[in-house]
Design a protein around this ligand. Structure first.
Ligand code: DX5
Ligand code: ZN
Length: 223
């Protein structure tokens, strides 16, 4: 499978959201990454249902919704109704993670679990078989434009090895500080999907950057 690129709407120009969504529609990107922050789980507030519904109105590609919120269970159905294809909750925010994952599936969405930089991959061992996606955070969640944490590469390798016996089809997604400079290493480590905010929306031509990220051949690119 060719790797997936998910531009993060958090880095879009909110005053020109329709324009930026249409740019992603007409690009080689695969998904829209939608970051929902509650100011409790993370030290920042992004946006909620009205903005997500506005994104859905124009988006012609699946919405990959990353919930950085406490108690996500109570909102799963609303995020599904608002147009989510993938709903990812944080391991650190869910006491009854297995129940939450079942609720995401029952709502008709793919289920993802995100782990913060300090959370060991091995803690996912007994939930991995139930997941469609694991989101490995390569920055501390809360803000776009942060620096990639290099230990993420070790975590991706470890997760890939664990998934090969438990759930070989699980999508390994990496989020935070991802760009052309580390994409090759991440693909070789075993990651399948990549969130990019600043690298895309901060580029002189976001469309060209998406194309560059999508077309990168991991065998040729070493950094
Ligand atoms: C951070 C968010 C990311 C963020 C990525 O908490 O989960 O999705 O938008 O932005 P960049 O690619 O700029 O690090
Ligand atoms: Zn995210």
């Amino acid at each position: 499978m060719k790797h997936l690129i998910a531009p993060s709407v958090l880095s879009a120009d909110f005053a020109n959201l329709q324009r930026d969504i249409e740019m992603v529609n007409s690009s080689e990107a695969d998904w829209f990454h939608v970051d929902v922050m509650d100011g409790v789980f993370v030290p920042n507030i992004s946006f909620g249902f009205p903005v997500m519904e506005a994104i859905k109105k124009y988006a012609a590609k699946p919405l990959d919704v990353h919930l950085m919120i406490v108690s996500p269970d109570q909102y799963i159905e609303r995020f599904a109704a608002a147009g989510a294809s993938v709903i990812t909750v944080h391991y650190e925010a869910c006491t009854h993670l297995h129940r939450t994952v079942q609720a995401i599936h029952a709502a008709g969405c793919k289920a993802g679990v995100a782990i913060n930089p300090h959370t060991p991959v091995v803690l996912l061992k007994d939930i991995l078989a139930d997941l469609d996606l694991v989101l490995v955070m390569s920055v501390n969640p809360g803000f776009g434009g942060q620096k990639f944490i290099p230990n993420t590469l070790n975590k991706v390798r470890e997760l890939k090895a664990m998934a090969s016996t438990i759930n070989p089809d699980v999508i390994i997604e990496v989020d935070g500080g991802v760009g052309i400079q580390n994409l090759g290493d991440l693909i070789r480590a075993g990651a399948d999907a990549f969130v990019a905010g600043n690298a895309i929306f901060g580029a002189p031509s976001p469309t060209a950057m998406i194309s560059e990220l999508k077309q990168l051949d991991a065998q040729l690119k070493s950094s």
